[in-house]
Write a protein that binds this ligand. Structure first.
Ligand code: HEC
Length: 455
């Protein structure tokens, strides 16, 4: 409320974040997994004297420094861009609380990138043992950056007793309990498994693109990589462990409470298990071959699985950004804040949406629109994605007004409406005016047009 509003036409801000963030997670998991893959396979290749694998790792490391490093950095900055514009208060809260975690994260990232470049450029310059050691530095730094960011991401859904500790002035206790929160470990397992699988899948893509390998050599490399997909079966127990740690209301959404969440959850897990079974049966046991097209198909499946699981994680957190503390519309459900907003009005505290000089002169429909911009627009567009106009089409004004007093009961994933009774009246008026078709049927060109076509 205290920040300028950022509107994304038609699809809404959360979709913008989702598109950038899912792409980033996919690329970043690949980068972390590739680090582990290279370190493990290079060590194995040295012990068993398998030059073919080392040759492939050399080729693979070029792809890594070119693709995930660059795309990961670009999309990573993109996440900051989108979350800071769409959810500035939440972003500020995460920065304030986790300043040291972000700093550690940045150092890990820096070491990862530096070691990654040294790794690629030193194949012929370092002894094989030293080179493998650099690979391990890259792998550990990359995984540690996942370790830290995983704490901040899981904090948002399961902050533990962070809020109580903070209220009591125990800021460092709040930091630790927030970072190592109840879903930290299961989420770390889910993400690590996904990292390994993505590294394995992209080996199949890359080995098909580099012309130097014979069919037998490719099969050998794919066979090695396929082992990294098998841990995907752990997705199911890890997801159950994860959901066992989240609040019951959030768990309910994944288990049928919200159809979209449940479906995405099932799709995500099914894709993961299918990939694991395919890798084990066709590649590990039967030593099969994967063509470029099939590898890309596997990568697409992995992308859908990643996107689905991220969507579920974000979705079951609603109506909160930080569960129990900050709602998605950036209002904190803290007694003092709510009392102030209910008494003084929400618009009096939204200077960028309802500027003080225009507030006194604004008519009730303008005020209603401002209320929507402050409290609903983070999740709803007007008539685009999750548009509010079609959702209330045909609702009488009384029903709209009544529901504004019970929005959190109407759907558990919406926060209650905050503000003075007058502000809620204004919002109801504005919402009611969104669907002229339904209360002025004869005057509406749309209604008569549709009728005309039918006849
Ligand atoms: C945290 C996100 C979020 C916020 C904030 C939010 N909504 Fe919603 N709302 C949703 C979602 C998700 C749905 C479900 C849409 C569907 O079922 O297709 C929904 C559904 C609705 C519905 C239809 C409910 C039904 O049972 O048919 C109405 C009406 C509605 N919202 C109005 C509002 C208004 C008015 C505001 C602002 C005061 C608001 N919402 C704020 C997420 C939100």
């Amino acid at each position: 409320m205290y920040y300028p509003a950022f509107e994304v036409p038609f699809v809404g801000g959360p979709t913008l974040i989702a598109v950038i963030a899912i792409t980033h997670v996919f690329i970043a998991h690949f980068a972390v997994g590739a680090g582990l893959f290279n370190a493990i396979v290079e060590t194995h290749a040295l012990r068993r004297d398998r030059p073919l694998l080392r040759q492939f790792l050399h080729d693979y490391s070029r792809v890594i420094v070119l693709l995930p490093f660059i795309l990961g950095a670009v999309t990573g900055v993109g996440i900051w861009f989108s979350i800071a514009l769409v959810a500035p208060r939440a972003t500020s809260l995460l920065i304030h609380n986790f300043v040291w975690a972000w700093a550690i994260e940045w150092v890990c990232f820096l070491v990862e990138i530096a070691a990654g470049y040294v790794y690629y450029y030193s194949w012929d310059r370092l002894s094989p043992r030293r080179h493998a050691a650099v690979g391990w530095i890259y792998a550990v730094a990359a995984w540690m950056s996942l370790f830290v960011i995983n704490g901040i991401i899981t904090f948002m859904l399961t902050p533990g007793d962070w809020s109580d500790r903070r209220a009591a002035g125990d800021y460092s206790g709040a930091f630790w309990t927030g970072l190592f929160n109840p879903t930290f470990l299961p989420s770390l397992l889910l993400r690590s498994v996904s990292c390994l699988a993505l590294a394995g899948i992209f080996v199949c893509v890359v080995v098909n693109v580099v012309p130097r390998y014979s069919r037998e050599e490719r099969t050998t490399i794919i066979h090695t990589a396929s082992h990294f997909l098998v841990p995907l079966v752990l997705m199911v127990p890890a997801a159950m462990w994860y959901l066992g740690q989240v609040p019951a209301s959030a768990r309910g959404l994944a288990f049928g409470g919200a159809a979209a969440m449940s479906l995405f959850f099932i799709f995500g897990l099914t894709c993961s298990v299918l990939l694991a079974v395919y890798a084990y049966v066709a590649l590990v046991r039967k030593r099969g071959y994967v063509s470029l097209e099939t590898s890309l198909l596997l990568a697409a499946m992995a992308f859908i699985a990643t996107g689905s699981m991220e969507y579920v994680r974000e979705g079951i957190r609603k109506p909160y950004v930080v569960r129990g503390y900050l709602w998605s519309n950036e209002i904190a459900n803290q007694p003092a804040e709510l009392a102030r907003l209910n008494a003084e009005g929400v618009l009096a505290h939204a200077p960028w949406i309802a500027p003080a000089d225009r507030r006194a002169r604004a008519d009730r429909l303008t005020r209603g629109r401002w209320m929507f911009d402050v409290q609903c627009a983070k999740c709803h567009t007007i008539d685009g994605l999750n548009g509010v106009a079609p959702l209330i089409a045909g609702w009488p004004r009384d029903l709209i007004r009544y529901n504004l007093d019970h929005l959190d009961k109407l759907k558990g994933f919406m926060p209650p409406v905050v503000g003075t009774p007058q502000e809620k009246d204004d919002l109801a008026d504005w919402l009611f005016r969104l669907n002229p078709v339904h209360h002025e049927p004869t005057a509406s060109p749309l209604a008569s047009g549709v009728e005309g076509q039918r006849r």
